[in-house]
Design a protein around this ligand. Sequence first.
Ligand code: HEM
Length: 400
Amino acid sequence: GLSRRAVLGGAGAGLAVGAAGGAWGGRASAHAPADGVTLGAARVPFHAARQGGIVEPAQARVEWAAFDLLASTGRDGLAALLRGWSAAAARMAAGEPAAEGENQIALDAGPSSLTVTFGFGATLFDKAGLADRRPAALVELPAFPGDALDPARSGGDLWVQIGADDSLVAVHALRVLMRLATGLAAPRWLMSGFARTPGATPHPMTGRNLMGQVDGTNNPRPRDPDFDATVFAAGGDWMAGGSYAVLRRIRMLLEGWDTLPLDKQERIIGRRKSDGAPLSGGPDAVERTPVDLAATDGDGVLRIAPDAHVRVAAAASNGGAAMLRRGFSFHDGLLPDGSPDAGLLFAAYQADPARGFVPVQQRLSRGDGLSRYLRHEASALFAVPPGAPAGGYVGQQLLE
Ligand code: HEM
């Protein structure tokens, strides 16, 4: 079969699914597939040192599902669940049927860059008799000013993230994994999101969110010397090579936002809306022009406002705190007042949330111009273990 990388390398075929992109948002296009090669053929191997769905570019579709372990499941049942889930995920990622006699939602499509990422919530460890193995970094997130969290859509013992460039492939994987959980874990909440489809733009570029901004520019990049230390847990325990995922369902107050004049929208972020260039860089700046937080105009006024999102969120403003953002948009119909239930399924991966999301959100929730247009409605933190060893399953390092 064709691996995603083989498709990327694709002998000048002009097909580059997610090439040169990365979770920081760069997307490549698949506008000219070579004969017999489709977007669906791209695949991400399931068995690897690290789980997929963290550093790969955000796929066109995501499903997030949280589960709670049933009281009768215990440690052995958890191991059985993770074994079954991993085996099915590995088969689907390779483009094979998940099981004999399964329903055929994804029939005809390739794996479409399917990734399945598993995470463990803090509440899992007591229930599975593993309290002594709960990582110190897996704490409860503090409450932040302005939080409007729905407990029914927050937390969870287990988390599954399914990403694919085809919606039927993603939803098929969700159905398969939900069925495998029957009798062992109960679904707690589900969320669906989307991002730009590869090939929708004529050249690779960072995606946009539902406020219209280029989003993902200043993410850590795998070639940065401190990338691994920022994103992946070190140390000799079972979490080595894993990461911690902070999830927030952030509704955007789009009706208010959409009526703001363009210059106000740009001041609130600190970047131009058309191309994402920083406001500190003058008219010739491009998206990748480094942000200069000290730059002033002729009157000595800061070009990037004191409450601009990129200033308040920057590592330089937060004692070096950094994270890899890999969010998706959601648009789930209307609220009772007629406004759109839409926004960002925010996900941030880091080696330790206390040195990533937490200090940054503490500052954002107090002094970020963007927060007036946002509502954080659900929240979760999961330990994302390292990848499944060859022939093994995700979580094996914890359970064996
Ligand atoms: C940067 C949008 C929530 C952390 C940005 C940028 C945009 C943006 C447009 C500039 C481009 C880029 O570098 O990616 C949003 C929207 C949000 C949101 C629409 C909510 C719906 C958050 C949250 C956090 C966060 C909750 C973390 C707690 C960051 C960081 C940067 C950033 C660290 C890079 C800053 C820099 O160093 O330049 N965001 N953001 N954002 N955002 Fe957000």
